[in-house]
Design a protein around this ligand. Structure first.
Ligand code: MRU
Length: 354
């Protein structure tokens, strides 16, 4: 396997220039370009427009965004500085509602600020910078460990279907659902991967296919409505996906279309694996019904990727960015603390005790 793709950094702080540099995921696969973000508004827009995307990467960008937002603060008292931070936090938290990692990372930054209350403002700023770094560095380890657990469920030569992009660029490194594929490739496993294109924003075709292709892993792009035929053909031995929020009972929000794939997998007796850092599990969300599903502009369905509109101008649209896969369709949830099996109300809380 060529591991060059694993060296891409989707989010990086350029300390000297006070810039957050992100890989523009909307330009892939045609261009590898980076954006230099200098303000909270820049970071907000990059997250909202999916230039940086994928639950863990959004969390990392949010954490650095919070640092960028207060780095130049002129506040001299802790109270003023804290209030300024909270405005920045609130703004960043409004960029996308479903992936819980964003809120998790911003809460961690707030906690860090409070824990350093007795320091000078400059020292607090520095602690926040280091906290954002830690969030990113920990994610690398978390993803690698998820990959190791996940690989224990797969065998060489398997046909694997994946939806959306839960790869290296959606995280600090390795990805979640794609981590076992990278780790397996290093060991010479010859997986045959099918990437759903993942309408409407094509994260599967543009990003997953690009990543795996760069790594020299066998990948075939299919339209979303072809998942059933490849399963029926007997080409799929496992489905691997990432997630944006896992509820207490195991219901899982992931990119729109995931639940349909899970229902099909059950029909064809194919295991359906969700890959979730603990930062994506939200014990406060009791079931999938409590997950806020992001609605996005309808233009994404019929304009964004096309030269000409692919539906009548101004047509009514419905464009939810995510759907919820009911726990009953999920064979296992793979985390950095091990693999949870149903019943998830029992196995998920146990992960947090480890
Ligand atoms: O809208 P996106 O592209 O941010 O949605 C991303 C997904 O649904 C991913 O599967 C999920 O965030 C996990 S990324 C490791």
């Amino acid at each position: 396997m060529s591991d060059n793709v694993l060296n891409f950094q989707s989010v990086k702080l350029e300390e000297e220039k006070s810039q957050l540099v992100i890989l523009d995921q909307t330009a892939l696969p045609n261009r590898t370009s980076y954006l230099e973000l200098e303000t909270v508004e820049d970071v907000w827009e990059a997250i909202y427009k999916l230039k940086v995307r994928g639950a863990p990467a959004i969390g990392i960008a949010g954490a650095y965004g919070a640092y960028i937002g207060i780095k130049h603060s002129k506040s001299t008292s802790y109270e003023d500085f804290y209030n300024e931070f909270m405005k920045v936090k609130e703004r960043l938290a409004s960029s996308r509602p479903t992936a819980v990692n964003l809120f998790w990372a911003l809460d961690r930054m707030e906690e860090c600020l409070k824990n350093n209350k007795d320091k000078t403002i400059d020292e607090i700023k520095d602690s926040l910078r280091l906290e954002a770094h830690s969030i990113r560095e920990e994610d690398k380890e978390v993803c690698k460990t998820i990959g190791e657990y996940a690989l224990s469920l797969l065998k060489p030569g398997m046909g694997i279907l994946t939806h959306c992009n839960a790869g290296t660029i959606a995280t600090a490194k390795y990805g979640t659902a794609l981590a076992p594929l990278y780790l397996g490739a290093e060991k010479g496993y010859d997986f045959k991967v099918f990437a759903d294109e993942t309408r409407p924003l094509l994260q599967g075709a543009r990003l997953t296919a690009w990543e795996l292709n760069e790594a020299g892993i066998d990948v075939t792009v299919i339209c979303d409505n072809m998942a059933s035929i490849v399963m029926k053909n007997g080409w799929i031995d496992a489905v691997v996906v990432g997630c944006d929020r896992v509820a207490y009972n195991g219901d899982t929000a992931n990119k729109i279309g995931t639940s349909g794939v899970a229902i099909l997998a059950k029909k064809y007796g194919i295991p359906f694996y969700v890959h979730a850092p603990l930062s994506t599990i939200d014990l406060k969300t009791k079931t999938g019904d409590d997950i806020h599903i992001e609605l996005r502009p309808g233009e994404e369905i019929y304009k964004t990727w096309y030269e000409k509109p692919m539906a009548p101008e101004g047509i009514k649209t419905y464009n939810p960015a995510f759907d919820v896969t009911d726990a009953e369709y999920i064979s296992a949830i793979i985390t950095e603390k091990g693999i949870a099996y149903p019943p998830y109300e029992e196995s998920i809380p146990r992960l947090f005790d480890k």
